[in-house]
Design a binder for this molecule. Structure first.
Ligand code: HAM
Length: 420
């Protein structure tokens, strides 16, 4: 049998209902803050990611699904969405007269990482990007939106970690200090030894426990921030304070992508194990310019939806299903049920039946498997009497009901479930 690719999982019903429920909450939250959806291709030119995420990052150096198409152009399955959102804004002139452009995007991303709990090769992100302003209020709003969204789906025990990575001017100074520190220590892994010269900030993001321990005494970016960047960071923190949003400053948080400037943040969740970052984001004021566009400040975040689902509380999710199952016995009853289905569905209620002429027992177990809330039992005898048996599956209660009253009764019982 041909199996799915390692690190790529099937998401099956009824779990898909929980995914849909989370995505519906995300859409509602984005709309509240003035965001609109953007849908972009899964494939982009490799160069887009190499230039934005950084050639020296793990993502670009080791994790991209890159191949030549039939013409020989190098294409890559998107490992993240920020670079392509910026590309799309520039290419489609979305910033013309826009002020701040607020966009959200949901969908699969691809990274060739070693699969483990919470880490997949195809995973799903809920992305938020706000372009066109460097105001610290926007940073605070984006971070509060993220926590608002995670709260609305019922996530608890979250930690918000925050740092400022400054602007290219502050980084020059900091990189020099960091390099001095890194060269004075021994025992770095091979990646760090190379990056120490090419891109010292990346060393701060090393996953090796040994390097992490060595880094505890490394200099911190906050001490090298220029006055503008320091004031920006202070303002973001004071707005979070004012909003009553707790956070922890993490002076070594650099994130795994090179495009970040100023604010960088991550949200971790208890219960995720080693891969505990449920969302991450930050500002990327130089990204549009790096891609050949005009200066276009922006920031955003991405939630790892697969990880979010792993810590979604049991009680979160759609209400019980509103499906009615028509269990018909005999040809005449089956035909009547076929047309009843149409009437029920016309009311906006879900309904289904069996077309195979199965026994009542088999039909009841089908209804059970589909998670039906009600089963309507319709035999030739009931049909002759103009009635049906309406059975509430949760309690087993059953009542005979005139066939003419059936659709209105289901509407009363199930109609209010709409929107869940
Ligand atoms: P990132 O930190 O690479 O940032 O990814 C964001 C989130 O995606 C992570 O916190 C994690 O929950 C999830 N994630 C990443 N890799 C995997 C994986 N292999 N398996 C499962 N989940 C994963 C970005 O992608 C940036 N584009 C975020 C951003 C948006 N920054 C500004 N705007």
């Amino acid at each position: 049998m041909i199996r799915a690719i390692r690190g790529m999982k099937d998401i099956l019903p009824p779990e898909t209902s929980r995914w849909q429920w989370v995505e519906a909450r995300a859409r509602e939250t984005f709309e509240l803050y003035g965001y609109r959806e953007i849908r972009l291709p899964l494939l982009e030119r490799t160069e887009l990611f190499a230039r934005s995420i950084g050639a020296d990052t793990d993502i670009v150096a080791k994790e991209m699904y890159t191949f030549a198409d039939r013409r020989g152009d190098s294409l890559t399955l998107r490992p993240e969405a920020t670079a392509q959102v910026v590309r799309a804004c520039l290419e489609n002139g979305l910033m013309r007269g826009a002020g701040v452009r607020k966009l959200y995007l949901m969908g699969p991303m691809f990274r060739y990482e070693r699969p483990q709990k919470g880490r997949y090769r195809q995973f799903h992100q809920i992305n938020c990007e706000a372009l066109g302003s460097d105001a610290p209020e926007l940073d605070a709003e984006v971070i509060l939106l993220l926590l608002d969204l995670l709260g609305r789906v019922g996530l608890k025990n979250l930690r918000l970690l925050i740092n400022s990575l400054g602007c290219p001017q502050c980084t020059v100074d900091f990189k020099a200090q960091l390099q001095l520190f890194l060269k004075a220590q021994e025992g770095w892994c091979d990646d760090c030894l190379r990056r120490l010269n090419t891109n010292p900030l990346r060393v701060l993001d090393c996953k090796s426990q040994h390097c992490k321990a060595l880094l505890a005494a490394a200099p911190v970016m906050e001490d090298s921030l220029c006055e503008d960047c320091a004031a920006h960071y202070r303002r973001v923190l004071s707005l979070l304070d004012g909003a009553g949003q707790p956070y922890e400053k993490n002076p070594h948080l650099v994130r795994g992508l090179d495009y970040y400037t100023r604010t960088a943040f991550e949200v971790t969740a208890v219960g995720l194990g080693a891969q505990d970052s449920v969302a991450g984001g930050g500002r990327y004021n130089g990204l549009a310019r790096d891609l050949g566009g005009a200066d276009l400040p922006g920031l955003g975040f991405a939630i790892g939806e697969d990880r979010l689902m792993e810590v979604l509380p049991q009680e979160a999710g759609p209400d019980e299903t509103s499906l009615s199952f028509l269990a018909a016995l005999g040809d005449a009853a089956r035909e009547r049920a076929f047309f009843l289905l149409r009437e029920i569905r016309a009311q906006g209620l879900s309904a289904d039946m069996d077309f195979e002429g199965r026994s009542l027992k088999a039909q009841m177990s089908m209804a059970d498997r589909l998670g039906a809330a009600f089963v309507v039992i319709l035999g030739d005898q009931e049909l002759a009497e103009g009635t049906a048996l309406l059975r509430r599956m949760a309690t087993g209660e059953q009542e005979a009901i005139p066939l003419n009253d059936l659709v209105p009764a289901l509407t009363v019982h199930l109609g209010h479930k709409e929107g869940n």
